[in-house]
Design a protein around this ligand. Structure first.
Ligand SMILES: O=P(O)(O)OP(=O)(O)OP(=O)(O)OC[C@H]1O[C@@H](n2cnc3c(O)ncnc32)[C@H](O)[C@@H]1O
Length: 181
């Protein structure tokens, strides 16, 4: 069984591939997909999956991830990719300089499209924003997000996958997927 991961983000594809080793063959494909604007990662992922299915018509998954900071009223939320490209982690740390409430969370929706339609699985991780980046691993906001005393960038990929938003969404998908094989 082969599943195509449709994403422009190589790190996401790597995390999915490592999660499925031994269960399914994962292929990475970067398609130019229209991304709708919506606060709900599940809605965005479902629409991306529908568009990707129309283009390639074989089993695929897409991932949409949001990053929500409580003190900033949920910013950057669904605009996490744009904010990473523009102000990045230094900009977020600056916005958070005097904030006492450091809580934040990631939420990922994994949408799986096949002949039978589209299924969406979500996962979330709650943690806090550090004062300065830590760690060399991971990607995106990982160096500034702390979970139980370590930044996500200080974890090995396998460790991150056990606790992360993406790992939890993928675990829910995997449980459903293997029950149908
Ligand atoms: O092609 P797609 O799959 O859409 O790739 P993308 O990188 O644009 O993905 P998103 O729209 O889901 O954007 C979420 C942003 O949040 C960041 N991000 C996503 N997953 C993350 C993770 O596990 N750890 C840290 N940052 C993450 C990363 O910078 C992304 O650009």
């Amino acid at each position: 069984m082969k599943i195509t991961v449709v994403t422009g983000n190589r790190h996401k594809a790597d995390e999915v591939a490592s999660f499925f080793s031994g269960i399914a063959e994962i292929e990475h494909l970067d398609l130019d997909l229209p991304e709708i604007r919506d606060e709900n990662v599940g809605t965005v992922a479902r629409e991306k999956a529908r568009a990707a299915w129309e283009q390639i018509g074989r089993p695929l998954i897409v991932d949409d991830t949001g990053f929500f900071i409580t003190a900033l009223n949920g910013f950057p939320g669904a605009t996490a990719a744009y904010v990473m490209k523009t102000i990045g982690n230094p900009g977020i740390l600056k916005l958070m300089e005097d904030q006492v409430d450091r809580s934040a969370y990631f939420e990922t929706a994994i949408a799986y499209a096949s002949e039978e339609g589209i299924r969406v699985f979500t996962g979330r991780i709650d943690g806090s924003i550090l004062g300065a980046p830590r760690g060399e691993g991971g990607f995106g906001y990982d160096p500034i997000f702390s979970y139980e005393g370590r930044s996500l960038a200080e974890m090995l990929l396998a460790e991150k996958s056990v606790v992360s938003h993406r790992g939890r969404a993928l675990a829910a998908f995997r449980d459903w997927f293997v029950s149908g094989i």
